[in-house]
Design a protein around this ligand. Structure first.
Ligand code: ADP
Ligand code: MG
Length: 306
């Protein structure tokens, strides 16, 4: 046997080993309800396409017969509700204050796609009392079994609640473009999360590039920096979404590109990404139920070691 083929064998064996250890995608909780996979979509810099990607990814999941819940935690200009052309009246702050239950504020934007509007509700999370935290936890517990995927549009940057969402999710998908500032800000964000909060796994989705070559260049730049300076941190390449005028055009008509132009290059890439998520096993330490997700989230609100 030559060296290359024995190396291939070892790599294959290792890969099989890790797969076996992972949880299947169809994990259930104690009462038999299917657990959602929680994916945080984040970025160092704003305006890189998070909200549009989350919205189109959600529609793609629904086309693939998956139920989706979007947690809209991005207070940026073009919120999820604008992209879907809706105006929810209530948000999570009404749940925190006890005026509404979580199920009353959940807004169905498309068949199988619902959003939890965050409004400014998550802005002042550190000010939550223990009672409010417990209340929020029990509300989230009721969500078990209602979604196959939970997508969190986290907003950009290293503000506390962006970090907490990223830490609580099963997958942390970082969006970057080929712009130098987007790359350096993505790196800065991973550096803070890795160094201060021990978060070691990230997935990179490169947006608004002209082709895969440009996307791979972004990945190379980032992964080299991660390998060199953030020991033990892994950045996985998920894929790319091309710069696509159809995406912009769809936004103007208050629809996602996935609905308005399903054949557009950006829609097709996002659709394949959705399929890849369905097929991929849930990460080793992931697969929590909604209560568990919220527990992790709220736990991180307490001062963290630095
Ligand atoms: N693949 C793409 N091709 C062309 N325009 C895009 C693409 N992705 C995002 N955009 C545009 O970039 C702008 C910012 O997108 P948005 O989703 O609001 O970013 P974020 O949520 O990260 O701030 C929007 O005007 C959107 O239409
Ligand atoms: Mg946004």
């Amino acid at each position: 046997m030559d060296q290359a083929s024995s190396l291939r064998k070892i790599v294959k064996k290792q890969a099989e080993g890790t797969l076996k250890k992972r949880m299947p995608n169809k994990a259930v909780n104690e009462s038999g309800k299917r657990l959602p996979r929680v994916i945080a979509v984040t970025s160092g810099k704003g305006g890189v396409g998070k909200t549009n990607i989350v919205a189109s990814l959600a529609v793609a999941f629904s086309k693939l017969d998956q139920r989706v819940l979007i947690l809209d935690a991005d207070l940026g200009l073009a919120n999820i509700d604008i992209i879907f052309g809706v105006r929810p009246e209530y948000n999570i702050s009404h749940v925190i204050s006890g005026e509404k239950s979580l199920s009353e504020i959940i807004f169905e934007v498309r068949p199988q796609v619902r959003i939890i509007p965050a409004g400014s509700g998550f802005e002042n999370l550190t000010a939550l009392t223990e009672g409010q935290k417990l209340h929020l936890l029990s509300e989230f517990e009721a969500l078990d079994g209602v979604a196959d995927f939970v997508l969190i549009d986290t907003g950009a940057g290293i503000s506390a609640n962006v970090l907490y969402f990223n830490m609580a999710a099963d997958d942390c998908v970082v969006i970057a473009t080929h712009e130098p500032t987007s790359i350096t800000d993505a790196y800065a964000m991973m550096k803070v999360m890795s160094t201060n909060h021990g978060m070691k796994r990230y997935k990179l989705l490169v947006n608004m590039v002209k082709d895969e070559g440009e996307a791979k260049q972004v990945y190379l730049t980032l992964s080299q920096a991660v390998d060199r300076f953030l020991k033990g941190t892994v950045l996985e390449y998920l894929g790319f979404i091309p710069q696509d005028e159809k995406l912009r055009a769809a936004v103007l008509s208050r629809k996602t590109v996935m609905e308005k132009y399903p054949e557009a290059p950006s829609s097709q890439r996002i659709f394949s990404q959705a399929k890849a998520f369905i097929d991929a096993p849930v990460p080793l330490d992931g697969g929590g139920n909604m209560k568990f997700f919220m527990q992790r989230f709220l736990h991180h609100l307490n001062p963290i070691r630095r």
